[in-house]
Design a protein around this ligand. Structure first.
Ligand code: OOG
Ligand code: MG
Length: 254
């Protein structure tokens, strides 16, 4: 029997020490449902250390991401307050293993959500929309993982920047999105790359997260998943994300 607490400690220590570990296969071969349990246990360790759960993230909601990482299933992970970086703030490379950045859209949830919400109703559960930069940092060697590996590793979540919240009526479909490094556009995409409609990602989040047994709470944030491939970060990079109609946001790497 694999002790899921031991697997959670293995992943949590890799993240806390910013040092990569071997993929679970072989050492800890676990099922997908056990991988979600490991995620909960490893985030539980962070919550015990005083971090607060402030939302969730969706992953592999675009073909660009699925193809870049070789995983073709929707996944979800948890966000804590310690992952939040102010717009135009800094991250320090030595706190990460091999961080990458990607452009996202964030939803702020208006009311507690305990069950799946239909796509036709989904806008009514949001009170703010914002552009976001997600920093992902797989705890596995060479940024390589299986579906179970990445889920156990909290879907590579490591940091995120959120722009100013705009009204929930703001258009988020069919918007141009640009990911730039040092003022050069590295990836250009469209918000409809996120499940053909970014609202669909929030719909899936309500389905998957409530099926697991979590309540998405009023005020929490959901990241919709990247619209373009991610890029590796290097010292002194300044990353910006522009989602048309929203103010450009940025992240500095030191
Ligand atoms: C896994 C997380 C995927 C997204 O936006 O699709 C993700 C990874 O790529 O390391 O965050
Ligand atoms: Mg992401």
């Amino acid at each position: 029997m694999i002790d899921l607490k031991e697997v959670a400690e293995y992943i949590d220590l890799a993240a806390a020490n910013a040092s990569s570990v071997q993929q679970l296969q072989g050492k800890f071969p676990i099922s997908l449902s056990d991988a979600y349990k490991v995620q909960e246990l490893s985030i539980g360790r962070r919550l015990t250390r005083g971090e607060k759960l402030i939302g969730y993230k969706m992953g592999f909601t675009s073909k660009a991401k699925m193809e870049q990482m070789g995983v073709h299933d929707l996944i979800w992970g948890r966000l804590t307050d310690s992952m939040h970086v102010a717009d135009d703030g800094f991250i320090t490379l030595d706190k990460f293993i091999h961080p990458r950045a990607e452009p996202e859209i964030a939803f702020r949830i208006k009311e507690d959500i305990k069950e799946e919400v239909a796509l036709s109703e989904i806008q009514s559960i949001v009170d703010g929309l914002a552009p976001a930069i997600e920093v992902i940092d797989s705890r596995y060697e060479n940024f390589k993982f299986s579906l179970e590996d990445v889920v156990a590793d909290n879907c590579s979540s490591s940091a995120f920047v959120i722009g100013d919240w705009l009204s929930p009526d703001t258009e988020i479909k069919n918007l141009d999105i640009q990911l730039s490094v040092d003022s050069e556009v590295v990836h250009a995409g469209n918000s409809n790359a996120i499940l053909d409609n970014p609202w669909q990602s929030l719909q899936e989040a309500t389905r998957l997260i409530t099926a697991y047994g979590d309540t998405i709470k009023a005020g929490q944030i959901i990241l919709a998943g990247a619209a373009t491939p991610a890029i590796y970060l290097k010292a002194c990079n300044r990353v910006t994300v522009n989602v048309s109609g929203f103010k450009t946001i940025s992240l500095n790497v030191e």
